[in-house]
Design a protein around this ligand. Structure first.
Ligand SMILES: Cc1cc2nc3c(=O)[nH]c(=O)nc-3n(C[C@H](O)[C@H](O)[C@H](O)COP(=O)(O)OP(=O)(O)OC[C@H]3O[C@@H](n4cnc5c(N)ncnc54)[C@H](O)[C@@H]3O)c2cc1C
Length: 386
């Protein structure tokens, strides 16, 4: 069998791409190394911009709908901002990702799980993918196999990717601690240097984690996380369901994400926001761009995938570069940034609006600069020491 497109990886990037292509009658095979449903280390925060972009309703696999954000500093709650419009949903990634794959299969995609790819060869006509002694043939190959992408490694793409480090614990806590957290997602920019800590509520437990938003060796993240948890008296006596670390792309660099008939998307293409580590939205966005470009490819309008790389850089990496600028400022001056955010309604509206997807990161930076006088006035009026 020769498939039109072989997709490696059944995360959000791979599943959504397979769905979009199958809907257009393209013959797709997904190869996934894990047995599905598989656990994925993730906070499971699905922002409104991601929900809006997904090609189908995912309401059925949502744990909670966030009512807004709590901003904390070193374990202390500074304020709670209720967001009137839909802001984010919280999901468990095993359920959510499996649901996405099921939609792809319903649309006509084929899936083989428990298949770990180990070799790629391509010529002018096709790509041959090896997984142990099995061989699969496709006209195109999509690497949606995450930040440690084997497809990227085997084809020499993105050799020097910038990545940060995250650590996530799933904690069973008392009913009081769950209700104290409520439907709010906590962001704490004073819990570690160069990154932030989160608390995302799930139906029956909390996801608590840290993102060290800088490349290179990270020291003491586990101790930072333990200290952060210990500062929340409500979490006392918690039961730890899991504790896992993983890398998160620090997106924003102009890169080449294709070679011949092979291209990368999602984390494999290093597309996550270097401020909060959000990656699901960019996985779905790159899948949508890839689907459009693949359709053009099969209609004969394009004989290579350089237009795909170009669009990824213009439509995603340029925004992520702006996110990086914002992140650099926030992580250099976390105390000042948190204080301004605490007291300025204008800044809250712009920052939460950006997470929600009302503004791009470019607009965020422009708006903050333009609104700086009113942000400072609001902050001075409400000033208290952090
Ligand atoms: C601790 C943590 C918390 C996070 N929290 C959030 C959050 O709250 N919100 C958010 O938007 N993002 C978050 N992210 C980022 C988010 O998880 C990723 O950006 C997202 O999963 C990227 O999707 P993807 O489909 O590109 O890759 P993945 O979800 O990583 O999927 C890749 C798939 O490829 C498979 N695979 C890998 N190698 C092979 C191989 N050789 N052969 C076959 N299959 C293979 C894997 O098993 C996996 O199923 C978080 C990340 C971490 C580490």
């Amino acid at each position: 069998v020769v498939y039109d497109v072989i997709v490696v990886g059944a995360g959000p990037a791979g599943a959504v791409l397979a769905y979009l292509l199958a809907c257009c009658g393209i013959k797709v095979l997904i190869l996934e190394k894990a047995n599905l449903p598989r656990y994925k280390t993730c906070g499971g925060g699905l922002t409104y911009k991601a929900i809006r972009l997904l090609p189908f309703d995912v309401h059925d696999c949502v744990e909670l709908e966030a009512a807004g954000g709590i901003v904390g500093f070193a374990g202390r709650e500074l304020f709670r901002a209720a967001v009137e419009q839909p802001f984010a949903w919280l999901v468990m990634r095993d359920r959510f990702d499996h649901f996405l794959v099921q939609q792809a299969v319903k649309a006509g995609a084929h899936i083989m799980d428990g298949v770990r790819i180990s070799g790629i060869e391509q010529d002018d006509m096709q790509v041959v993918v090896r997984a142990g002694s099995d061989t699969f043939i496709g006209k195109l190959l999509a690497g949606a196999d995450g930040v440690n992408s084997v497809v990227a490694m085997l084809t020499g793409l993105l050799r020097n990717r910038a990545v940060g480090t995250a650590l996530e614990a799933e904690l069973e806590v008392s009913a009081e601690a769950l209700s104290a957290q409520g439907m709010y997602a906590t962001f704490d920019f004073g819990a570690l240097q160069g990154g932030y800590a989160w608390i995302f509520p799930k139906r029956d437990h909390l996801s608590v984690g840290m993102f060290a938003a800088y490349p290179g060796k990270v020291v003491g993240l586990r101790a930072d996380l333990e200290r952060f948890i210990s500062r929340h008296v409500g979490m006392k006596g918690y039961h730890q369901l899991s504790l896992r670390g993983h890398r998160i792309p620090l997106g924003g660099r102009q890169s080449i994400v294709h070679t011949g008939r092979v291209f990368l998307l999602g984390d494999a293409a290093n597309l996550a926001d270097p401020w909060l580590g959000e990656g699901i939205y960019y996985a779905v966005l790159s899948a949508s761009i890839a689907a459009e470009e693949i359709l053009r490819f099969f209609k004969g309008g394009l004989d290579e995938l350089s237009h795909y790389t170009h669009r990824i850089n213009v439509e995603i990496n340029r925004q992520l570069e702006q996110a990086y600028r914002f992140a650099r400022w926030v992580y250099r001056f976390p105390r000042i940034g948190s204080a301004l955010l605490r007291h300025s309604r204008v800044m809250q509206q712009v920052v939460f609006g950006t997470i929600r997807g009302d503004y791009s990161f470019q607009q965020l930076n422009q708006l903050l600069l333009r609104q700086l006088p009113s942000i400072l006035v609001q902050s001075l009026k409400g000033r208290t020491a952090l």
